[in-house]
Design a protein around this ligand. Structure first.
Ligand code: OMP
Length: 307
C-alpha cells in the first residue's frame, strides 16, 4: 500500500491528505435538514448527515488527492450509527481509488492490539470463514505500550500489505509534556523515531517502509531532526492550516527525492466554506469551496517545497 500511496502522490503531484473529520456544526443546514426529516434528530439522523456531507466532499476532491484520513472519534460520538457512517465513508473512498488512512490511534497490550489490527487492517476468523471489519489501508498507532503493543499491527501489515503511521511527535500544544522529556541526553520523541526506523527496516516497499510516523507540522525543528532519524519512513504531518502549521515550514519533512511526507488538513478543507477566504461559495456550494481549498493547499505546499 505504501507503493500505491507514493504512486498516487506522484500522479496527483499532491503530497496531501484530506482529513474527513465531520462535526455536525460544520455540516450545512440543508444537509442536516434532509437527514433529520428522514431519520429525526437522532444518532441515525446525525450519521446520515455526516455520510452525505463526506460523500459530497469526496466527489468534489477525489481526482486531486492521493488519500483521505477519516478520524474515527468524529464518527464514534454517534455510537454504532456513526461507526456505520465511518465504514460507508471508507468503502466509498476506496471505490474512488483513494488510499484510506484510518485515524484510530490505537495501541494496547499485545493480544488487544492484535484484535485492533485484525478489526481495522486484517481479517477476522469466524468458524470456517474470514471476514473484514473496517478494512482501512493504513492506521495511526500509539506506541506508548512499546514493541509488544506495536508488533501485532506490524504482523497484520506484513500479511495484508498495509501500513502504519506511529505517533512520534504530535502537533498539539502539550505534546512536549512527555514527548520532549530528555532521557540520557536525548528527547523521548527521538527514541520513538529510532524505534520506528528499526521496526520499519524489514517492512520495505519499493523505496519507503510501510511503517511510517506522525510528526506535527507545528514543530518543524523537530521534524527536521526526525526526517534524518527515520530516512525510510513516510511521515504523516498533521497540524497544517487550522492548527497554525505553515507550508513554509514543511520542506524539512521531505527527503531529497521530493517524497517522504504527506500533509494533512481536515477542518481547513472540509469546513472551508466557513472561512472568509471561501465565503463566496456559500452553504450550498460547500463542496466546491473544499475543492478550491484543496487546490490552494496543493499550490501552497508545492511552492514551499520547490515542486
Ligand atoms: O494522527 C493524527 O492524524 C494527528 C496527530 C497529531 O499529532 N495531530 C493531529 O492533529 N492529528 C489529527 O489530524 C487532524 C487535524 O485536524 P485539523 O486540525 O482540522 O486539520 C485530526 O484528525 C487530529 O486527530
Amino acid at each position: 500500500m505504501i507503493n500505491k500511496l507514493i504512486t498516487k502522490i506522484q500522479k496527483t503531484n499532491a503530497p496531501i491528505v484530506v482529513g474527513l473529520d465531520p462535526m455536525l456544526n460544520y455540516i450545512p443546514k440543508q444537509i442536516q435538514k434532509r437527514a433529520f426529516d428522514e431519520y429525526g434528530e437522532t444518532l441515525e439522523g446525525a450519521a446520515e448527515a455526516i455520510w452525505q456531507y463526506n460523500k459530497e466532499i469526496v466527489d468534489a476532491v477525489y481526482d486531486l488527492i492521493p488519500a483521505v484520513k477519516p478520524q474515527i472519534a468524529m464518527y464514534e460520538q454517534f455510537g454504532i450509527e456513526g461507526l456505520k457512517a465511518f465504514k460507508k465513508t471508507i468503502d466509498y473512498c476506496k471505490q474512488k481509488d483513494l488510499v484510506v488512512i484510518g485515524d484510530i490511534k490505537r495501541g494496547d497490550i499485545g493480544s488487544t492490539s492484535e484484535a485492533y489490527a485484525i478489526g481495522h487492517l486484517g481479517k477476522v476468523t469466524i468458524g470456517s470463514k474470514t471476514c473484514r471489519g473496517f478494512d482501512e489501508d493504513f492506521v495511526t498507532v500509539n506506541p506508548y505500550l512499546g514493541t509488544d503493543g506495536i508488533k501485532p499491527f506490524i504482523d497484520v501489515c506484513k500479511s495484508e500489505k498495509k501500513g502504519l503511521f506511529i505517533l512520534v511527535k504530535t502537533s498539539n500544544q502539550s505534546s512536549g509534556e512527555f514527548q520532549d522529556r530528555f532521557i540520557d541526553g536525548k528527547p523521548l520523541y527521538e527514541y520513538v523515531g529510532e524505534k520506528v526506523a528499526e521496526w520499519g527496516a524489514d517492512c520495505m516497499g519499493d523505496s519507503y517502509s510501510y511503517i511510517g510516523a506522525v510528526v506535527g507540522a507545528t514543530y518543524p525543528e523537530m521534524g527536521k531532526v526526525l526526517r534524518k532519524v527515520m530516512p525510510k519512513s513516510f511521515i504523516l504531518v498533521p497540524g497544517y492550516g487550522a492548527q497554525g502549521g505553515k507550508a513554509s515550514d514543511l520542506l524539512p519533512y521531505f527527503n531529497e527525492d521530493g517524497l517522504g511526507a504527506i500533509i494533512n488538513s481536515s477542518r481547513g478543507i472540509i469546513a472551508a466554506y466557513k472561512q472568509e477566504a471561501y465565503a463566496q461559495f456559500g452553504d450550498a456550494s460547500f463542496a466546491d469551496a473544499s475543492r478550491q481549498a484543496v487546490l490552494d493547499m496543493i499550490k501552497d505546499i508545492n511552492e514551499a517545497i520547490g515542486k
